[in-house]
Design a protein around this ligand. Structure first.
Ligand SMILES: *Cc1c(COP(=O)(O)O)cnc(C)c1O
Length: 364
């Protein structure tokens, strides 16, 4: 009998891209159906931006509702292949949710170090549900990552943060999918930047497809950090990064150099948006496009709005008029319900009565 995982849509990235990933005959074909996420066109935002085409790559549609699954499936499969008994990560939330799910799927233990009091509730709920052993470190993400690295050096536990090269390999598959869906690479890719693994991975994917002649061009990568957590923009690490976008609240990105190389080789840039701009874009995306993402994801849309307002984006050779743009929507809004409800939590109570409801709805 054919099993569910044998169906094309549910094959996952290890199987679908096995010849472009570090897959051997011994690698377990782990999958929760990650990858193959929708590339959805903009209906309303595009009018404000004034570009030729605008798409959202909905990475929130992965099994644990963030792009982290693409890299995690590779990292956990390789850990299982190497006979590791446990995986370990430091996490602002999504990495731990993904590590916990794929570890559960493979029968490995998962250890998670989160910065104390700074992880969105939905993400913590995911790690708890999958049975991960979670420790809240009295420090920030960067402290937690430094300790995780030391633990994995001393003990036979696989570190599955994006310093694990298999993570970046898996994450590059999103760039392949964009090229396959569009028939070529876009002109510009807008992406949030935290630990900077994802921008690194996209660049690798686009370069690989270009070299394999699957694409005629490579996009310019336009990365966005939060203003209170913008070490790459400022050119120096930060001790106490602050932003509502907890997934990019990182003061010393692990993939800093690779991200700067991706920025420069692509002719792109990495800039910053404020929390106000992030929350405005977060609402806009939900209200005008029907896409409910988490604040970190909205950073790239905030960045697009800012970019499109520059004089050179309106007129001249750099004008957006002929450009095809993709925004990477990295994670789901339900992961951070507190931010969502802080914006507008006013739900009036009404009697269970037709006339009362009609009156409340303004129909009476
Ligand atoms: C991890 C994450 C990011 C940042 O990606 P990096 O690879 O750390 O730069 C952005 N958004 C979401 C939702 C994330 O989970």
């Amino acid at each position: 009998m054919e099993r569910l995982t044998d169906k094309p849509a549910a094959r996952g990235v290890l199987d679908r891209y096995r010849d472009r990933l570090p897959v051997t005959n011994e690698t377990p074909m782990l999958s929760l159906g990650e990858g193959g996420t929708p590339l959805v066109s903009s209906r309303r935002l595009i009018e404000r931006i004034g570009c030729k085409d605008l798409y959202f790559k909905l990475e929130m549609c992965n099994p644990t509702s963030s792009f982290k699954d693409r890299g995690m499936v590779v990292a956990v499969a390789k850990a299982a292949e190497a006979d590791a008994r446990a995986v370990l990560c430091a996490s602002t939330g999504n990495t731990s949710a993904s590590a916990a799910a794929y570890a559960a799927r493979s029968g490995l233990d998962a250890f998670v170090l989160v910065p104390h009091g700074r992880v969105a509730k939905g993400k913590l709920a995911q790690a708890v549900a999958h049975g991960a052993r979670i420790f809240a470190i009295r420090g920030n993400f960067d402290d937690a990552l430094a300790i995780a690295r030391r633990v994995s050096e001393k003990h036979p536990i696989a570190l599955v943060n994006s310093v694990n090269p298999h993570r970046i390999e898996g994450q590059k598959t999103a760039a392949f999918e964009i090229v396959d869906d569009l028939g070529d690479a876009p002109d510009l890719l807008f992406i949030p930047v935290g630990n900077a693994g994802n921008i690194t991975a996209y660049w690798r994917g686009f370069v690989e497809y270009f070299q394999a002649e699957r694409a005629s061009q490579k996009p310019r990568l336009i990365g966005w950090q939060a203003a209170g957590a913008a070490p790459i923009v400022r050119g120096e690490p930060l001790d106490d990064p602050q932003t509502v976008a907890t997934a990019i609240r990182i003061g010393n990105p692990a993939s800093w150099e690779a991200a700067v190389a991706a920025r420069d080789e692509s002719g792109g840039e990495i800039s910053a948006v404020t929390d106000e701009e992030i929350l405005a874009a977060y609402r806009l995306l939900a209200e005008e496009e029907g896409i409910f993402c988490e604040p970190a994801s909205a950073a790239c849309v905030a960045g697009l709005l800012k970019y499109a307002a520059r004089p050179e984006a309106l007129e001249g050779p750099e004008s957006l008029r002929d450009q095809t743009i993709v925004c990477v929507i990295t994670g789901h809004g339900l992961k951070d319900p507190e931010t969502a409800l802080a914006i507008e939590a006013e739900v009036p109570e009404v009697d269970a009565d037709l006339a009362a409801v009609e009156s409340a709805m303004g129909l009476a």
